[in-house]
Design a protein around this ligand. Structure first.
Ligand SMILES: Cc1ncc(COP(=O)(O)O)c(C=O)c1O
Length: 501
């Protein structure tokens, strides 16, 4: 009996909480624990391990003698060629947001020039500070800094997750109270959950409304005297919907609570949405209640991977983010973000990406992405068996009452498409990037989707390839502790190096 059938036959008949308790109890009894172990192993056996698809050696220890640089470059080149095929033609959701070879080559040149730079050593690389401060200023400027009397300040972090964790740290430390709470819609990124775990927050996740946007009324009800921050997304990762930020941020402001707009996905697209004629609420510092934001340069900012911007209304809030040490034998120490040493080359490449795009470049990119997003949203809605969730702009999630949507995802994978699986509700999404704005890509996507739906209809409801079985199991299995354990074992498996024969 595998976990899915165990869920159907036994635990599926119990309410989730009871099933969870049965699972926890069972995992404490050695005999049942061993049986569960076997179940996990057999579930994971059907999930493919890591395979780079190129014939390169596997190392579990250092080579005795140095290998030649040419050989090493040849191996990495072979791997990169295989991997590039996965995204360069526009068959991946999100992942590579620009991807033009000229743009990538330019960023690589910048990286090479600055590869040794570490802004921790300000005396050696003052340029790191210049690049960072200017990336922050330019990002603040497109996010409404000029239209508010307050000073908008910030830092460059390693990515959206770090920006979110740091903003949540700033609110926690400013409040200085036990058991701080954050109130956020269910659709807010899982990075807030990570922040809550790391920082000792209680998270109050509120179900989204029928259109998949944050429910202002329900979120207002969820505020307590311990709430230190309210969150909205512009847009959210799962369904690509922009939350009603004006209402949410105003509700927070009236109560003297902080408000964070997560624009990790939208920070470099949303500023042009209204002027391009699309319908979207205001979301940035022009709203007086918005006290912090996150915007990822390494997504639609078109920089190399490894940078994001966190912004605050005023220096006082940012001070709660900083780390300073006055008594360490290693000297007086300060560090604005989580890392100590930081890659100055990534700051330089974010700066270079922004300058090489300019306002006009970002606007043109946004226009192309929004037009392709609309084509895909309308095309998916025209497939009778599918239903787009809400009214998204360029991250398009869809579900079905007639076919198993994970089966559709698996059939799309066979056709070379790498889509994101979602759950609660079961759905799949495509985040449109500049890759999809290339000629014919959207039309091919829709054609492949139509045929994937037909194949999925013919093969029935049981998903059986790629990550689909994991999603199928995870969606139905009521003992969430078992699902979490399965995920932990899956991560272990990714780190398992198997020597070649
Ligand atoms: C809305 C949103 N917030 C936060 C994140 C987290 O960003 P990162 O993966 O760079 O840590 C993402 C990532 O997709 C996102 O879409």
């Amino acid at each position: 009996m595998n976990l899915t059938s165990m869920s159907d036959k036994v635990l599926g008949k119990l309410p989730g909480g009871v099933a969870g308790a049965v699972y926890r109890g069972a995992s404490l009894i050695p005999g049942l624990r061993r049986r569960l172990d076997k179940e996990y192993e057999s579930m994971l056996a059907s999930v493919p391990g890591v395979e780079v698809g190129a014939d390169v050696p596997v190392y579990t220890k250092l080579p005795n003698e140095p290998r030649s640089r040419d050989e090493i470059l040849a191996d990495i080149g072979a791997i990169s060629a295989v991997e590039e095929a996965g995204w360069s033609e526009g068959r991946a959701s999100g992942a590579v947001y620009h991807g033009d070879s000229g743009h990538i080559g330019f960023l690589n040149e910048v990286y090479a020039l600055q590869s040794q730079s570490n802004p921790l050593h300000l005396d050696l690389w003052p340029s790191g500070m210049k690049f960072e401060a200017e990336v922050v200023a330019m990002t603040a400027d497109i996010l409404g800094a000029a239209e508010t009397p307050d000073e908008i300040v910030g830092n460059v972090t390693s990515g959206g997750t770090e920006s979110i964790i740091l903003a949540m740290k700033a609110y926690r430390d400013r409040a200085g109270q036990a058991e701080p709470e954050m109130v956020l819609p269910d659709s807010a990124h899982v990075a807030f959950d990570k922040a809550a775990q790391y920082l000792g927050y209680r998270q109050v996740r509120v179900p989204v409304g029928a259109d998949y946007d944050a429910d202002v009324e329900a979120m207002t009800q969820a505020i307590s005297k311990r709430t230190v921050v309210v969150v909205g997304s512009a847009p959210g990762f799962p369904h690509g919907i922009v939350d009603p930020i004006p209402e949410l941020s105003e509700m927070a402001r009236e109560r003297g609570i902080g408000f964070h707009t997560d624009a990790c996905l939208g920070g470099f697209v949303m500023p042009w949405v209204a002027q391009l004629g699309y319908d979207a609420p205001q979301f940035d510092f022009r709203l007086p209640g918005v006290t912090s934001m996150s915007a990822d340069t390494h997504k639609y900012g078109y920089a190399a991977k490894g940078t994001s911007v966190v912004l605050y209304r005023g220096r006082a809030l940012r001070h709660h983010q900083y780390y300073v040490a006055t008594e360490w034998p290693g000297g007086l120490y300060f560090s604005p973000t989580i890392a100590g040493s930081r890659p100055g080359a990534l700051l330089a490449s974010a700066w270079a990406a922004m300058l090489s795009m300019g306002e006009a470049g970002y606007e043109r990119a946004a226009a192309a992405i929004l037009a392709t997003g609309a084509e895909i949203r309308d095309g998916v809605n025209a497939i009778a068996e599918l239903r787009v969730l809400g009214d998204p702009l360029w991250v398009v999630a869809f579900a079905s009452e007639e076919v198993n949507i994970y089966e559709v995802m698996a059939r799309m994978a066979e056709r070379g498409w790498s889509l994101n699986g979602l759950h609660h509700p079961e759905a799949v999404h495509l985040a449109v990037t500049l890759r999809h704005t290339q000629d014919g890509v959207a039309a091919t996507f829709l054609e492949d989707l139509r045929s994937a739906v037909e194949t999925a209809k013919a093969t029935g409801l049981e998903p059986h390839t790629g990550s689909a079985p994991m999603y199928g199991m995870a969606a139905t299995f009521p003992a969430r502790g078992a699902v979490a354990e399965l995920l932990r074992r899956y991560v272990d498996r990714l780190y398992q190096v198997t020597p070649k024969d």
